[in-house]
Design a protein around this ligand. Sequence first.
Ligand code: ARG
Length: 288
Amino acid sequence: MRKSVKAVALVLATVMLTACGSKADTNQTNDTAVSAQPQKTEERATVEQSASDAQEAVPETNDTLTFGTNAEFPPFEYVASSGVIDQYDGIDMAIAKNIAEANGMTAAIENMEFDSLLIALQNGQIDAAIAGMTVTEDRKEEADFSTTYYTATQVMIVKEDSDIASAADMADKKICVIQGYTGEICVKNLGYPYEAFKKGTDAIMELVNGKCDVVVIDSATAQKYVLDNQGLKIVEDASAFESEEYAIAVKKGNTELLDKINKAIETMLADGTVAEISAQYIETISAE
Ligand code: ARG
């Protein structure tokens, strides 16, 4: 399903430089149904308790760390025939697995729409959200964010023969974005009209079919789409698109989990695990 959005083009160049990536859309859509409680895997809870143990009120420990994601964002998360966590593969999935294991837990994935992730955190359906999610001021009001683990930027994907060479060149073009992504916020802040799609691949199809002129999306994901589809290229504009930092979100106030996640991320950043995982997935994807 696609949603037409008419942006009011009254914002001029003065705001352009500061706006992109720093503000999130406050109109989070609540219309996405959140499914029932995730299945908890209980592989680890196999030890039979003796009668005397059972009498003591040992608090039930939850050995599963449930991460929410939107597996439509290669190389960070996508569905594969066999992934690092169930059918889910990608940089974030490998990081999630490491975080869970560093804490003696098993990682589980709940795949949902990107727009539903912060709601799912709030209602306890997931413990954490890992989804190439950019930290923004607006999102910080809805969730707490971990130490950042990846730096990205928005880029423009265009046809190889396109005359778009900068963000300003999009002014009179048909622009496609993905609903709820920072790319949408950037284009909105630039003041250009656009059309929002549910999935990156849908927006790319529109571009390939000549129904839109440019797709604005995160850099690493753009590279994957350009590799997968002939006749496309990436156009960068560092003066229009600020760099963005990805982090894991937890429910506001869940400092216990945030501390665990941060310790694991900081270790993985310091010992090169994050760099290794990123390089591996970016390579794998390029070699396909
Ligand atoms: N970095 C962008 C954002 O935070 C896009 C993330 C999309 N992630 C995904 N798993 N679909 O809005």
